[in-house]
Design a protein around this ligand. Structure first.
Ligand SMILES: NC(=O)c1ccc[n+]([C@@H]2O[C@H](COP(=O)([O-])OP(=O)(O)OC[C@H]3O[C@@H](n4cnc5c(N)ncnc54)[C@H](O)[C@@H]3O)[C@@H](O)[C@H]2O)c1
Ligand SMILES: [Zn+2]
Ligand SMILES: [Zn+2]
Length: 376
C-alpha cells in the first residue's frame, strides 16, 4: 500500500513529506493506522545527527497511537480494529530479560530494532522508486501507517482520544514510570526534579500521584515555575538566582528541626546534562537518597562524583521508558488518564498537521512547546 510520511532523508535536514510504499504485515507483525503522534526530544536528537546510532533515510517518531488494520500470520493478542500504542520497548514475555522480572528492557528484537529493520532483517517501508527506508525505534510513527511486531503494541481502551494518549507512548510513561517503577517513591517523600520539560512535568505529576510531600522543581527557565505548579510542584528553584552552591541550597530546603542532615529522598535528572546529574545525586539524603537519571546525555559524555557519595548510602539509577513493561503497564496508564488520576491535555500545547511537523521541531528548539502532536 501507499501511505504518507515525514521522512528523515539525511541528518541535519528538515523532514520531507512524501508518499511511501508500505508492505503488509508478515508473520508475527501488525499493520497500524496511526491517528496521532507526539514529537519527542529523542526524535530531534536523531534527526540532528548527534545520535551516534542514527541511520538514514528513516521514518522517525516513537510516540504514537492508532488502530490495527491487519494482522500477520500467527498474531493472536490483537486484531483488526483494536486501538493500540506502539512500544519502542517491546514486551515479549519470554526472553531472559522479560522473564527475569527485574527489567523492562526486553531483548528479543533489540538487534534488528537498532538496525532500523523488522525482526526478519528487512524494512517494510520504501520510496516510490523502491529504495528501502528504515524503521526507527521499532515504531516509525511519523507515517500515517506503520508495521510493528506484535510484541511492540499495547492494546488500550477504545474510548481514549488518540491525540492525547499518544503521549503515553513515551513522555508520560517515562516520567510517571520513573517515579513509580524505578524509584518506587513512597507517601510523604521529598523529591527534587531537575528540568521541567515534557519529561520533568510528568515526573512531577507522578510524584503527586505517589503522595510525595515536597516536590522541588529546578529549572533555569523561570517560565517553567507556573508549569510545575500546575502539576503538583511545591517549591521552585532557579539555579541562576540563588546565592552559593545549588546542592547546599537544596539540602537546606529539605532540612527539618528533627532531621538536621537534610537531603532529598529522591531526585530525577530530566535534562541530560552531566553536571546536573552530579548535583542531582549529591542533593539526595545521606544514607538512603536515590537519584534517577532519565535525561539522555550527548554522545561520549561521562558522569562523575566522589565515591564517598555512594559509600555514604546514596544510589545512582537510570531508567528507560520509566521501567514500564509496555503491554502490561501502558493500558493501565491510559486508564489512569481516562479516570482523571493523571493529566495530559494541558501538556499538549500544539496540534499540527503532518505537513507542519518541522514547525513542531522549531517550537521545541525555541522552548515554546511542552508537547506538539501531529494529528493524521
Ligand atoms: N530515559 C528515557 O526513557 C527518556 C525518554 C524520553 C526522553 N528522555 C530524555 O529526557 C530529557 C528531557 O526531555 P524533555 O522532552 O523533557 O526536554 P525539554 O527540553 O522539554 O526539557 C528540558 C528542561 O530542562 C531545563 N534545563 C536545561 N538545562 C538545565 C540546567 N542546567 N538546570 C536545570 N534545568 C535545565 C530546560 O529549561 C527545560 O525546561 C532529554 O534528555 C530526553 O532525551 C529520556
Ligand atoms: Zn521519546
Ligand atoms: Zn522480552
Amino acid at each position: 500500500m501507499r501511505t504518507r510520511a515525514a521522512v528523515a532523508v539525511q541528518a541535519g535536514h528538515p523532514l520531507e513529506i512524501m508518499e511511501v510504499n508500505l508492505e503488509g504485515p508478515r508473520p508475527g507483525e501488525v499493520l497500524v493506522e496511526l491517528r496521532a503522534t507526539g514529537l519527542c526530544h529523542t526524535d530531534d536528537f536523531t534527526l540532528s545527527g548527534a545520535d551516534p546510532e542514527g541511520l538514514f533515510p528513516a521514518i522517525l517518531g516513537h510516540e504514537g497511537a492508532g488502530v490495527v488494520v491487519e494482522v500477520g500470520e500467527g498474531v493472536t493478542s490483537v486484531k483488526a480494529g483494536d486501538h493500540v500504542i506502539p512500544l519502542y520497548t517491546p514486551e515479549c514475555r519470554e526472553c531472559p530479560s522479560c522473564l527475569s522480572r527485574k527489567t523492562n528492557l526486553c531483548t528479543s528484537i533489540r538487534a534488528t530494532q537498532g538496525q532500523g529493520v523488522m525482526p526478519d532483517g528487512t524494512s517494510r517501508f520504501s520510496t516510490l522508486d523502491g529504495d528501502p527506508i528504515l524503521h526507527y525505534m521499532g515504531c516509525s510513527t511519523f507515517a500515517n501507517h506503520t508495521v510493528l511486531p506484535e510484541i511492540a503494541v499495547a492494546k488500550v481502551r477504545e474510548d481514549a482520544p488518540f491525540d492525547k494518549i499518544c503521549y503515553i507512548g513515551c513522555g508520560v510513561t517515562t516520567g510517571i514510570g520513573a517515579v513509580i517503577h524505578t524509584a518506587k517513591v513512597e507517601i510523604g517523600a521529598k523529591a527534587v526534579v531537575f528540568g521541567l520539560g515534557g519529561i520533568g512535568l510528568n515526573v512531577i505529576q507522578g510524584l503527586r500521584l505517589a503522595g510525595a510531600d515536597m516536590i522541588i522543581g529546578v529549572d533555569i527557565n523561570n517560565g517553567k515555575k507556573e508549569w510545575g505548579e500546575r502539576f503538583g510542584m511545591t517549591h521552585f528553584v532557579n539555579p541562576k538566582e540563588i546565592d552559593g552552591p545549588l546542592v547546599q541550597h537544596l539540602v537546606e530546603m529539605t532540612r527539618t528541626p528533627f532531621d538536621r542532615i537534610g537531603g532529598a529522598d529522591y531526585s530525577f535528572d530530566c535534562t541530560g546534562n552531566v553536571q546536573v546529574m552530579r548535583d542531582a545525586l549529591e542533593c539526595t539524603h545521606r544514607g538512603w537518597g536515590q537519584s534517577i537519571i532519565i535525561g539522555v546525555a550527548p554522545a561520549g559524555a561521562e558522569i562523575s562524583t566522589r565515591p564517598f557519595q555512594l559509600v555514604t548510602g546514596r544510589t545512582w539509577k537510570g531508567t528507560a521508558f520509566g521501567g514500564a513493561r509496555g503491554r502490561t503497564d501502558v493500558p493501565q496508564i491510559v486508564d489512569w488518564y481516562m479516570e482523571g488520576k493523571i493529566e495530559i491535555d494541558p501538556m499538549i500545547t500544539h496540534r499540527l498537521k503532518l505537513e507542519e511537523i518541522n514547525k513542531g521541531f522549531e517550537m521545541m528548539h525555541a522552548g515554546e512547546s511542552i508537547r506538539s502532536v501531529v494529528v493524521y
